[in-house]
Structures are given as C-alpha cells and as structure tokens.
Design a protein around this ligand. Sequence first.
Ligand SMILES: [Zn+2]
Length: 289
Amino acid sequence: MIWNSATYPWPDGKRAAACFSVDVDAMAPYLWATRDGRPDTIATPEHRAYGMRRGLARMTDMMARLQLKGSFFVPAVVARDNPDLLPGLVERGHEIALHGDCHELVRDITDQQFTEALERSIDLFVRQVGQRPKGFRSPAWEMTPHMLAELRRLELWDSSLMGEDVPYTLNGITEIPVRWDIDDAIYFKFLGAGDKPPRSHLDIGAQWQSEAQSTLRHGGLFMMTVHDWISGRPARVDILEALWRPLVEDDAIWCATCGDIARHHQTLTDQPDHSLPRIPDDTTKGFSQ
Ligand SMILES: [Zn+2]
C-alpha cells in the first residue's frame, strides 16, 4: 500500500482542474424505463422534451459567454432522434462522448447486450460526425468488469466511477472520476409524486461553490455533471454561470474537457494502474458494519 498525497501533475503549472460535463439524457431514460409498454400519459415525456427544446440551448449559450468547452455524453437514441445535435456540439467546439444506446441500465442488460449497444453507438457517432468517439460514461454510473474490459478493447476512456479525486488508471482504463454530489439530478430531478421536492438552487449553488473551492485547494478535479432537461431552467443556468465564471477566469485552474484530461493523464508514465478492489468471499464473519 502506497500512502501518497502528492499533488497530481496538472499540465502547464496549473494547480487544479475543472470539467463541465453534460449528460444529454433527454428522452432516453424514459424510453428505456417504458420499453415494455408506454403509459398513455404525457407529463414526463413533455418535461424531458424541455431539454432539447430549450434547456440545452440556454446552457450552451451560457458556456459560450464563458468561452467554456464542455463534454457532452449523448445516448445514441437521442442523437438519432435529433440529428443536428452531435454536429452542432462539435461545431461549437465541445466534446461528444458515449452514454449508452438507449440509456440502458447495467442491471437490466447482459454483457453481450452491453457490447452490442456500445458498438451500435460508436457506429452512429461515426455516421453523424465522421469521427470515432473516444470516451464513455455509463448510464446511472454503474459499471462491471466486462464493461471495463470492453472499453479497454475499444480504446475508450471512462468517466463513471469515483475511486479518486484526480484522473486515475483502473485495469488499464483511464478514468476521469465523477461525483454524485456535484450532479444536478440528485438535487433537482423531480417528476412528480414519489420524488423528493427539488432543493433550492441558491443552497445548492453555495454548496457547489464550497466544493469547488475545496477540490481546487487540494489540487483535485472539479467534475460537474448536469442534464439538459434539469439544469436548463433560467435560475439554474444563472447559478451555473456564477459558479463557473471565477473558475474559467482563474489562471491556476485548467478548465478542460474529459478528453483533454484523459489525453494528459495518458502522457504520465509514473501513475499507478489500480486493480479493482478485492471483495472477500466471506463477509459474514468479523464485520459489524
Ligand atoms: Zn444519463
């Protein structure tokens, strides 16, 4: 075991990094959840349609004002239904990356189905923008050893796991770590009865500001994840702009896409390649919690 709290070597003398990532889920999770039969109700699809109608444009306008390039993870079904989406993002200088075919959840599919969905998605990206995507983010941020092996086979980096607060290598895969607590969905996703009421954007904005300051003070990566249909609302975009303006204006912070960060990490030759944690077979003895 190596105990090492040394600062991660960010490029060009930067002290920390920040990445603005958008999971353009749009209608995909609804299509996946209702794949065996759609209810005759329209509130949820209408709510989700807000992202492609309005939310994403408001968000990318905000990013243009800040000259901030982001990483957009797009399920293939969303790209298929909105053929201008991927070309439009590329034209604006953003990065596009994989996020499942129909936002299929790992627990619902076999290894073979995962592989087929991944290859189908790559083909669609190539058809629509003429370039092969280089990165992947798992729907709902769950992964399996098979998925890691497939990403390695297809030479993709990943951004779905939380085992570090700087880029790291896991089973040969470059991992750009995420954080649930810097994801808008856990605070604001509200689709009616059964969901917790959305939190105050003022409170969450202040919390994210504190997270950003601490992460950057410790030399880490501030990886933010937002969704087209959740954070595209006016006050939430304003909170994001207020949060990100000082980050992009700070010369000590490297504001970069996941792909930029992955490429940088792959140039470092002294970083350990972590293996998956060993889970003891018999966890019933000797553990009280
Ligand atoms: Zn998603």
